[in-house]
Ligand binder design. Structure first.
Ligand code: ZN
Length: 241
């Protein structure tokens, strides 16, 4: 895949590829910049086009061993060489929401010691589930202030690859469920909010917190004795001079 593992790889919007397989409602490509649904981040959508004016919409991308690009229409009509283009507006919204999730999870761990146990991202709003916490109303405002200050500081975000042992040594206690990863995994893709947070993740992220904009809390729900769900969205980012 083109978008792994580099920071800039997350910004690849278009690419050329060769079709390796056509089956049912999908095609398999030799390379791709499409993000397959997973880890709380929705699928990319977009188009495949080819010389002569032909095109097919990519309606869903899934990774089940291979990466399947589900297209509208018959996959047999897709020629060997295609040009892929992802819906960038949608993808960039997911990148902002996903990076914001990392930052909120890190802030809430720092301030309240709560662990992130799940998240779901959308283009216009997202949510995170926390364990071992009972928020008070003012806690959300305090977390937002910390979040906004880090965004205003324009902290860089990097995508790295690291040995598992190094990740285990450098990840803050309670930040990631590293014990859930199979023992066989020895190298990890890691997202670093430089100087603040480190977390293994396969999703797509922005390269600087200044792309996020300020946090807009949309409410919280109690999900049990010590479980909370936080809903949020983002203000548009400030124009960087
Ligand atoms: Zn992530």
């Amino acid at each position: 895949m083109l978008y792994m593992p580099s920071t800039e790889g997350n910004y690849v919007r278009e690419f050329d590829a060769r079709v390796l397989r056509r089956k049912d409602d999908y095609v398999v490509l030799d390379r791709t910049a499409f993000y397959p649904e997973g880890g709380g981040q929705p699928t990319d959508v977009g188009t495949l086009s080819w010389p002569g004016g032909g095109a097919a919409g990519v309606t869903r991308v899934e990774k089940k061993g291979i990466i399947k690009h589900v297209i509208d229409g018959d996959p047999q009509r897709v020629p060997d060489q295609v040009h892929g283009a992802i819906d960038w507006q949608r993808r960039h919204a997911h990148m902002r929401m996903h990076t914001a999730q990392h930052l909120i999870s890190a802030v809430v761990l720092e301030l309240y010691g709560a662990h992130t146990v799940g998240s779901q991202l959308y283009t216009d709003r997202s949510r995170i589930d926390f364990d071992l916490v009972k928020f008070k109303e003012e806690d959300i405002a305090t977390a937002k202030a910390r979040f906004d200050a880090l965004v205003d500081s324009a902290v860089p975000v990097r995508v790295l690859e690291m040995d598992r042992a190094e990740v285990e040594a450098r990840t803050k206690k309670g930040r990631a469920q590293l014990d859930l990863l199979p023992k066989a995994v020895t190298r990890l893709r890691v997202i670093e909010i430089v100087g603040y947070d480190l977390c293994p993740c396969a999703g797509t992220h922005v390269r600087n917190l200044s792309e996020l904009g300020h946090m807009v809390p949309l409410g919280r729900e109690s999900k049990g004795a010590q479980k909370e769900r936080l809903h949020y969205t983002l203000e548009p980012p400030r124009q960087v001079a």
